[in-house]
Structure formats: C-alpha cells, structure tokens
Design a protein around this ligand. Structure first.
Ligand SMILES: CC(C)(COP(=O)(O)OP(=O)(O)OC[C@H]1O[C@@H](n2cnc3c(N)ncnc32)[C@H](O)[C@@H]1OP(=O)(O)O)[C@@H](O)C(=O)NCCC(=O)NCCS
Length: 201
C-alpha cells in the first residue's frame, strides 16, 4: 500500500470526523488550554500560539503516506459545526497490520457518549478501510475515563506495565488495551448495519 486516505465524509449520528482546517483554531484552543483535558495526553497545556503551531502540524494529517504516521482528525459536532475534540489512529506497522487509537474531548462535551461515537468510527476506518488486524490503545493507568471508554468499545486490557515511562515529571504505569479485527466483526462494538457510520463504503 502506498498511502491511505479515509473515505470522507466520515459521518456518525451526531459527528463528522474530518481533517483539521486552520479555522479550527478557536475550537482547538478551547480544549488544548484546559489542564483537566491534557492531564494524561502527551501534550502540555497550550496557549493560543502553541495551539496554532500544533494545528498547523495537524493540517496534512488527514491522510497517511506511510506506516509510522498518525491520522489525526477533528471531531465536529454536526449540529453546531463546533470542533469538540480529536481522534487519532496510528498506522503502526504495515507488515503486521497494527494500529493504535487515541482521543481527546473538550471537557464541556464529555459524558455524552460522543468520544465513544468518534472512537468507534475510527476503529471502523482502521479495520474496514485501512485493513488493520489489531488496534491497541496505550494509556496512563490513572486515566479511568479513558479506560472506561475503551472497555465500552469492547477493547480488552492486555497489559499493565509498571513505571514504563516518565510522564510529566513522574513515573507512570501504562495499560495496553487491544481489539482484533475478528472481534470487531463479530463483537457488539461495530456500528449497526444501516447506521450513519456503516454505509460510507
Ligand atoms: C477519555 C475521554 C475521551 C472520555 O470521554 P467521555 O465523554 O467520558 O467518554 P464517552 O464518549 O464514552 O462517554 C461516556 C459517558 O457519557 C454518558 N452518556 C450520556 N449519553 C450517552 C449516550 N447517548 N451514549 C453513550 N454514553 C452516554 C455515559 O453514561 C458515560 O458517563 P459516565 O462517564 O458518567 O459513566 C475524555 O475523558 C477525555 O477527553 N479526556 C482527556 C483526554 C484524554 O485523557 N485522552 C485519552 C488519552 S489516553
């Protein structure tokens, strides 16, 4: 495979997942600037200029040119057009068809099932469009909101690595969750036939 571009538009019941645009800056700054959102993300609290620089890096990440790269999509609330978060998929290995998922949501929009809706669509892209065999998620073991989301998605906790990395100034333990393509196909997590997210081809 020479590269990968998802079959846009990626629509779910309430959301559109799409490449970032420069006019997403205000919406992105609204959550990149919040300590409670970035507590367990790899990036720090950002001011507006730092958010602008980060946004510029995301602009070409709506497609992949080679394994090793992250697909980074804006989560847009269809009703208002607001970007409420971002969802990511790493094409970790071409030969072994491995991927990794990540997500972050503006705290004002958490607790509504929206992150799960976006992550489920990204899993669909990974398994059904990119042809991945296995998708993992790696998270700080204190990030209970993220662990609960992964379990709601049907992902299995496979590992608990103690003091696996130095994270924001302290040793952190890591959970690894995973889902196989077969589990996606047969499990309860894939979008229902006929739902908005399942008929994008
Ligand atoms: C991890 C994160 C994305 C989870 O977001 P979330 O909104 O809690 O996750 P979900 O979309 O699964 O929403 C589930 C919640 O919505 C509620 N909900 C309300 N309406 C719902 C609906 N229609 N469908 C499903 N759930 C619904 C659920 O009951 C659940 O609430 P609870 O947590 O009080 O039990 C969010 O906490 C976040 O962005 N954290 C900061 C960034 C981060 O740490 N990212 C992960 C790095 S590994």
């Amino acid at each position: 495979m020479t590269g990968f571009r998802p079959a846009y538009p990626l629509l779910t019941e309430r959301l559109e997942l799409r490449p970032h645009r420069m006019d997403d800056l205000d919406d992105l700054f609204a959550f990149h600037s919040r300590p409670e959102v970035v507590r367990y993300t790899p990036w720090p609290v950002r001011d507006r200029e730092e958010t602008r620089v980060a946004l510029e890096r995301k602009l070409p990440q709506g497609e992949l040119t080679e394994a090793g790269q992250w697909l980074v999509l804006a989560i847009e609330l269809r009703e208002t057009g607001t970007v409420i978060g971002e969802v990511l998929l790493k094409w970790a290995s071409e030969a072994d068809r491995q991927g990794e998922i990540g997500f972050a949501l503006n705290a004002d929009y958490q607790g509504k099932g929206l992150a799960a809706e976006a992550a489920r669509e990204m899993l669909r892209v990974g398994f059904e469009q990119l042809g991945l065999h296995r998708i993992v998620a790696v998270l700080d073991d204190r990030n209970t909101a993220s662990a609960q989301l992964l379990e709601r998605l049907g992902m299995r906790r496979e590992a608990h690595h103690l003091q696996a990395l130095q994270f924001k100034g302290e040793w952190a333990n890591e959970y690894v969750y995973a889902l196989l393509a077969d589990e996606w196909r047969t499990g309860p997590v894939s979008p229902r036939p006929g739902s908005a997210g399942s008929d994008q081809g």
